[in-house]
Design a protein around this ligand. Sequence first.
Ligand code: HEC
Length: 423
Amino acid sequence: MNIFDQLVIPASSNHILLIKYMLTISLILFIPYIGMLLGGMFISTYFNKKGKREGNSLYTRFAEDVINKLTISGNAKFGLGVIPAISIFLAYAQLLYTAKTISLSMIALAMVLFFLSLSFIYKYKDIFKLERMLSQINYTGSIGKYLLLTAVYIFAGAMALASSPDNWNSVNNIMQLIFSWQSMFNFLTLLCISGLVSGSAIIFFFFKWDGGLKDMTDDYSELVRRFAGNLAIISGILFPLMILLSYVYLPYSALSPLLFYYTVAVMLVSIILGSFISSILKSSGVGSATMFFAMIIIMISLNIFKDQQAFATAIDLNTVIITELADKLEKESQSKVTQSSGIDAEAIFTQKCSACHKFDQKVVGPPYDLTVPKYKGDVQKLAEYILNPQKIDPAYPPMPVQGLKKKEATAMAQWLIDKAGKK
Ligand code: HEC
């Protein structure tokens, strides 16, 4: 049993569909955002150090601009980070309800680490703003950066595990999750995404957004373009490779035609992107920065569709279990409604049945404890018998019709089912 199961009510099939949409949308916000944060943190701390060591103010400025632009604004951390993170966790809690896997608790852990890292990252950003040269910068920056990296790693592993029910039994602690090659693989894919978003976001925010950064010298804009362009190229080459390789670790149960179509779409977009990147590296190309950034987000979204498709196919069986549970709960709550329909079954029993029936003893009729369990909880069938008794047991005389109303018979049947055979 999963400790989070108590949080969740099994969802009906309509709800499951809704939850899947919610999950996909949250991931489309969340993954580019953490990719950008992670990239931004590593680039910024790297250039900050380098700038100080070499006494080069271009690097220090780049470190500051990157963290300012890539964390967008303080509010973005809620809209793109915190809220999607919570929704993702809740969606997985619903979809993995009753599933015996540590995947969900690992997602929870990743989210906690992520929230922690956010507070350090935004502090790092503030410190930069206040006092450029404080030595604290490296310290909060490094903590934030490594916390986020750990969060992303565990998140990648938990997502990969969720999509492979074949491994649910064998991977049952955090060490096994960390050292599984599926986790490493999914993590590398997220790193490529991080490189792609960060690279394209830098070009977009530095050169296009709001008219681009003011007072950029030629040296500086050359540095920015070269660095961001190269980052985008390298991750842009590795990313489709990772996607192709991911077919190696996807379990057979996750494969479906739709998955294949999404993969083809991702590949096509990445080829188109290739042509953008080369034009951006030539100085003239920043004109298409918006388009470039948008295409990358589209490609990442397509990849999320693809992963979610694989996940949905893989957990098909679990979904069936959940919806059946939901149906059962629905029926139970309906029968509670009849129970509370204002009919007093116990009173009817005393007036009309107790002359011939007891629960644990034979009177004129057989004991309920023996006969009622035969109906296995089927209220309708028992109610029909009470309304219109048939000859059943040769050891007894036939039961006379009791003249109950249909509603009364149903309430009576429910009451008997709830009481009989349970000591
Ligand atoms: C006059 C006596 C009498 C009264 C009153 C009576 N019953 Fe019965 N009941 C019987 C007899 C006799 C049987 C056994 C019939 C058979 O096996 O064919 C029986 C059988 C049953 C059974 C078992 C059916 C089965 O599948 O084996 C149920 C349940 C039951 N009665 C419910 C009720 C309820 C509820 C009432 C009151 C609304 C009621 N009875 C009133 C005589 C009575």
